[in-house]
Design a protein around this ligand. Sequence first.
Ligand SMILES: [Zn+2]
Ligand SMILES: [Zn+2]
Length: 173
Amino acid sequence: MSTIPGVCQSCGMPLMSPSDLGTESDGTPSTQYCTYCYQNGEFTDPTATVEQMSEKAGEIISKMYEMPLDKAIELSRMQIQNLVRWSGRVIPSCESCGMPLVSDHDAGTEKDGTPSTRYCTYCYQNGAFTEPDLTFETMIKKYATMFASEYGMPVNKAEQMVSQFTSTLPRWR
Ligand SMILES: [Zn+2]
Ligand SMILES: [Zn+2]
């Protein structure tokens, strides 16, 4: 499954199975985009903007996780603007918490002080996890509480959202 990037690089939908993938012009599955965004080597909506994508994704998230619509759109925009289609580059995400590593400033550090290409500054310092004993369950609780208060959603819905998202990250797979 290592060729699948985790989420569609246009809309941010999780790519969980081969049937979620779009198709290239020769009919082979896309390695970057979902079936709704990309068919036969072309975007289904070539004039779409980050704003339109965020509104569409926000509506889905808002219904699914009982999040106020404006907050859901804001959250979607944060994720979508970092995707390959819109940023023009692959922005790696922290393999522990999923935070996008947009600049060296966001990256953790290796033992020799160089920026980590895999983990963020909150998760990883001097070549080691800042919380080496952190379990998947503890992390879900921690982030769900944070999301619930920041985005005005019920804690149980926040737990669902966070666990779906983080279970795709390499540290927890
Ligand atoms: Zn998509
Ligand atoms: Zn992190």
